[in-house]
Design a protein around this ligand. Structure first.
Ligand SMILES: [Zn+2]
Length: 346
């Protein structure tokens, strides 16, 4: 039976403790009220800190000391923070109070991240991606990039020294709400490449992903092998899906992934004519039960693009989409990589 690290009753005791007399007396009433609110807030945060990742799941047996469930406790801290910020702009708080507020916000974010990692069964807290580069990497022909003059670059690995990899999800057949919830709660950035014939049964699902920062990009109308198509069909498949996605998502894609990773110079030209600026391919492919590596070293490299699919459990797909996401995130974390947004780099 886990022992709470905060003894019973301590929350109440701290919540009602008055700020000690001393230099605070020299401050005005406004600041004293701000500090009192922060003291109450800090108490709530300390209460949340007792909710360690190893706490039993809701409904499981727990110690006789009742504690607020994590969601309720986090909501209380969020509300307290929001009320404090709304009532008293940060500029009006003293330096000391702002420092405490920053600590409380940091602690809250960490607690939420730990709770999400535990809820989704991750082995460790995922690494946070660094700030996006101030300037996007130059995509000249070279390692990881194929580029012919005047045509969009084909990219397997983004030229960067940041320890980041990019997750890309193709086609759009399986629309698993658990996967969407997991990606949103963990804050995993993704780019999805949609083929209309699979996505169109529920574009709303993908708009939901988009509302959490997921990039929606082009993977043709009907998923043909582009090498077999004439000029009219290329135009219809590539530019037709540009129009369709713009209509469905409000944004015209910049990225195009050719089905099967196969393309021609005519496909590159056609895509460029309707707004495509890059063809991201991939180096690794993720499945629920394993990762496939392009190179014999079997590790991620800075800037690698990882392919996976919207797919339901099947003979060749041994698990669920959350299983797949868990595998990718845990592998990245174990190798010291964060998952970053492809659109920040391409
Ligand atoms: Zn595909």
């Amino acid at each position: 039976m886990p022992t709470p690290s905060v003894p019973p009753g301590s929350r109440t005791t701290r919540a009602t403790a008055r700020p000690r007399p001393g230099r605070r007396h020299r401050r005005g009433r406004r600041n004293r009220r701000g500090l009192a609110a922060l003291t109450a807030l800090a108490t709530l945060v300390v209460g949340c800190s007792a909710l360690r990742p190893q706490d039993p799941a809701p409904g499981a047996a727990r110690s006789s000391t009742p504690a607020a469930p994590p969601a309720a406790a986090h909501a209380a801290v969020r509300e307290a923070l929001a009320a404090l910020l709304a009532a008293r702009p940060q500029a009006a708080l003293g330096q000391e109070a702002n420092g405490r507020l920053a600590v409380a916000e940091h602690e809250l974010a960490l607690q939420q991240a730990l709770a999400a990692a535990q809820r989704w069964g991750l082995a460790a807290l995922p690494l946070r991606a660094p700030a996006p580069p101030a300037a996007k990497p130059e995509l000249a022909d070279g390692p990881g990039v194929k580029r012919a003059p005047g045509l969009p670059p084909v990219v397997y690995r983004v030229p960067t020294t940041d320890r980041v990899v990019f997750l890309t999800v193709d086609d759009g057949a399986e629309k698993d709400p658990q996967f969407a919830a997991m990606a949103a709660e963990l804050g995993v950035p993704m780019t999805v490449f949609l083929s209309d014939y699979l996505a169109r049964s529920d574009y709303g699902y993908f708009r939901g992903l988009q509302s959490h920062g997921v990039g929606i990009d082009n993977h043709t109308l009907t998923h043909p092998d582009l090498r077999r198509l004439g000029a009219d069909a290329l135009q219809r498949e590539i530019c037709g899906q540009q129009d369709r996605l713009q209509q469905e998502t409000g944004t015209r894609p910049r990225l195009f992934r050719p089905p099967y990773g196969e393309y021609t110079e005519a496909a590159l030209r056609t895509a460029a004519s309707c707004g495509v600026t890059a063809f991201p391919l991939w180096n690794e492919e993720a499945f629920p039960d394993h990762l496939e590596w392009r190179y014999p070293d079997q590790v991620f490299h800075p800037g690698d693009i990882v392919l996976t699919h919207f797919r339901a459990p099947a003979a060749d797909w041994k698990g669920t989409m959350p299983d797949m996401l868990r595998r990718v995130v845990d592998a990245a974390t174990a190798q010291g990589f964060a998952i970053a947004r492809l659109e920040d780099y391409l």
